[in-house]
Design a binder for this molecule. Structure first.
Ligand SMILES: CNc1ncnc2c1ncn2[C@@H]1O[C@H](COP(=O)(O)OP(=O)(O)OP(=O)(O)O)[C@@H](O)[C@H]1O
Length: 177
């Protein structure tokens, strides 16, 4: 488990509930990861995986497939859930995010109103252009580890975090999609 800094979180995580359920997808193929430049919504201008909010009546798996279709015109095959992320934000609603991986997909990644596709070498992921939390779980996820992350943000800065990996992380998931 990794934590920063040593101080306590101001969040009472036991009773914490995010307003926004969301998803992320990381497609990995031939030593490359399919990232996006996000053109709209939360994190506009950042590099991230495709993803977005879970609509009412959807589960996380249905939502991530739909978001990949909408944002990049691709349909990932057999998404595997790798982690959950809990973001307590200071200036936007709190987010609970389900993170998936896939190795194959139908379609050709295509620029849309919401995103530009960016095939990126696995050893050149631009963490400086991504949300600050990503560097604390994406490398381990790409090594095949399940994870659970709690992050407290002040604006775009992480002020507290706790990230667990492996089977003990999965035991912390709120939902097993
Ligand atoms: C704070 N640290 C963070 N680190 C990594 N990823 C983060 C994130 N905070 C939000 N995200 C992701 O950003 C997307 C927002 O989704 P967002 O574009 O707002 O939703 P959606 O595509 O449904 O758009 P609409 O607002 O309905 O148009 C969604 O994948 C969500 O998981």
């Amino acid at each position: 488990m990794s934590t920063i800094p040593a101080n306590e979180s101001t969040i009472e995580w036991k009773n914490w509930n995010a307003e926004i359920p969301a998803t992320l997808m990381f497609v990995v193929q031939d030593g490359k990861i399919l990232l996006i430049e996000k053109l709209t919504g939360i994190g506009q201008g950042k590099i991230n995986g495709p993803g977005g909010k879970i609509d009412p009546g959807e589960n996380a798996l249905q939502a991530i497939v739909r978001e990949c279709q909408e944002e990049l015109h691709i349909t990932p095959h057999s998404p595997v859930k790798m982690g959950e992320l809990h973001f307590a934000m200071s200036d936007i609603p709190d987010i609970h995010c389900h993170v998936f991986m896939s190795n194959t997909f139908d379609g050709e990644p295509t620029s849309t109103r919401e995103a530009n596709p960016l095939w990126t070498a696995l050893d050149a992921i631009p963490y400086d252009k991504m949300w600050e939390d990503d560097r604390h779980w994406l490398p381990q996820m790409l090594d095949g580890q399940l994870f659970n992350g709690r992050f407290e943000f002040d604006g775009e800065k992480v002020v507290w975090m706790e990230v667990c990996f492996g089977d003990s992380a999965k035991a912390l998931w709120i939902e097993n999609a």
